[in-house]
Design a binder for this molecule. Structure first.
Ligand code: C2E
Ligand code: CA
Ligand code: CA
Ligand code: CA
Length: 284
């Protein structure tokens, strides 16, 4: 047993070496990847729960690595964040997503004005050119500020003072929507919510899970009910993520959530997919 344990230890060790090398490799080729156009964006629709129409889509970045194939953001965003590449990469995502949203709008891709959601990492949030970059992207794409929603995680904002919140407030004043992503996973001080320039709470997937069964988990129901009522009192809209079944969607609709996102509606996919989706909606 001892030998086996020793073996396992060695295996685990070799494994973490392999991971370290991979991390090192990926970090080295990140900057060139941006120049080589190896990043692409998939879009996942955001659906209005009350009538099932598409109101927009979240931009989710992927890396088509020449050797490793398609890598998900969890495999490289942390590296990009720690090396500072997240700033130019994030700028590219914003630019590309804004251009796409403008094109959707011109094509009349969905019922009412199509919006696009873009994730902001903590270093982008702290970067002095955030407001100027965003304004420049809106100008060059011709996208209306109200068609853009920037998603910021709750953890990135916890503890931020007025000074640190100023860039977000400026963007909100310009008409950009700010969403609090992964809401409910941090140690939310709810009174803090009043001070944030946010217009949407994006409820973390962990809350959606309790809605899988019928009847739904009574504790999760109470929690979601409480969050929705608080959010609506503060004039915030509630988006739920990770909706995988019709049962979940129905529970969350009844609980008063406004918008939903998840595999039940569509997995993230190429921008053209939004077009077919909304045509289907329009036809039904
Ligand atoms: P997130 O912002 O919370 O995005 C939602 C994640 O949940 C996405 O993972 C999405 O593909 C996944 N998802 C959507 N519907 C379902 C569902 O029904 N069930 C399950 N199990 N999962 C679902 P993805 O694309 O792997 O992205 C992971 C995270 O990477 C994102 O989490 C976001 O924090 C980050 N990320 C993605 N794109 C960007 C970006 O352009 N910039 C930055 N800074 N971060 C990004
Ligand atoms: Ca997000
Ligand atoms: Ca999220
Ligand atoms: Ca998440």
């Amino acid at each position: 047993a001892k030998a086996a344990g020793g073996n396992r230890y060695e295996l685990a060790d070799a494994d973490s070496d392999a991971r370290a090398i991979a991390r090192h490799d990926l970090t080295n080729c990140l900057p060139a990847a941006l120049d080589n156009g190896e990043f692409f964006i998939e879009y996942q629709p955001l659906v209005r729960l009350h009538d099932g129409t598409v109101r927009g889509a979240e931009a989710l970045v992927r890396w088509l690595h020449p050797v490793h194939g398609v890598l998900g953001p969890d495999q490289f965003i942390p590296l990009a964040e720690s090396t500072g590449l997240i700033v130019p990469l994030g700028r590219w995502v914003l630019q590309e997503a804004a251009r796409q949203a403008r094109a959707w709008r011109a094509e009349g891709t969905c019922e009412g004005p199509m919006r696009v959601n873009v994730n902001l990492s903590p270093s982008q949030l702290r970067h002095p050119s955030l407001v100027a970059d965003t304004v420049a992207v809106l100008d060059s794409s011709g996208l209306d500020p109200s068609a853009l929603c920037l998603e910021v995680t709750e953890n990135a904002l916890i503890g931020a003072d007025e000074e640190e919140l100023r860039p977000l407030r400026q963007l909100a004043d310009l008409g950009v929507d700010i969403a609090l992503d992964d809401f409910g996973t941090g140690y939310s001080n709810l009174s803090y919510l009043r001070r944030l320039p946010v217009s949407t709470l994006k409820l973390d997937r962990s809350f959606t899970r309790g809605m899988q069964c019928a009847p739904a988990d009574p504790v999760d129901v109470k929690i979601v009910e409480g969050i929705v009522s608080l959010a609506h009192t503060l004039d915030l809209s509630v988006t739920v993520e990770g909706v995988e079944t019709g049962t979940q969607a129905e529970h969350l609709r009844i609980l008063g959530c406004d918008t939903a996102q998840g595999w039940y509606y569509a997995r993230p996919g190429p921008p053209e997919r939004l077009h077919t989706l909304s045509l289907v909606d329009a036809a039904s």
